[in-house]
Design a protein. Sequence first.
Length: 212
Amino acid sequence: MVSADRLLAFAAMSSLLIVIPGPSVLFVIGRALAQGRRAALTTVAGNTIGAYVLIVAVACGVGSVVERSVVVFTVLKLAGAAYLVYLGVRAWRERGSLTAAVTGAGAAQGGLRTFGEGFAVGVTNPKTLVFFAAVLPQFVEREQGHVVVQMLVLGLVFNVIAIASDMAWGLVAATARDWFARSPQRLSVVGGVGGLAMIGLGLSVAATGRKD
């Protein structure tokens, strides 16, 4: 198994990377502003599960394929970017209905659907996949054996830190949304901002290149 020293070192590196808001954090914030606390937390759960699927893929050797293949990397990147833009456009178009959803006069988006969207964003994040493919193997003690298990444990450490950070960002954003909810005009604005944030995030992911 992974030694305590390796776990602590990996946790420290993961914390430094997670503290800086990245695509998953910005997506959660956008969802919190557009739909509130419950949607933000459900999105975090879906995103976390999606990220762990990437960890499993890396542990099984898929990560190295993505890391080395420009075509696979590009396809995965553009798929994730397109999905983010789609969600952002939808949030922008539905910004006027947020007041009804908050007051209970309208139908809120289902938790399963929100979870699925968070999962899709997490599992199609090429940056996360390449990061895991490049960093996880460096903390594996191959002489101890059980390499796949070690990588899964390290990935779990990363996810625990990430879910705590993402939940904090989501709750803060949802609290700010509660203030905006007191006015239909404010809520419409914040819903639009959340949509634009997701669109911008999608375009940013699409524009992200490779060092090679």
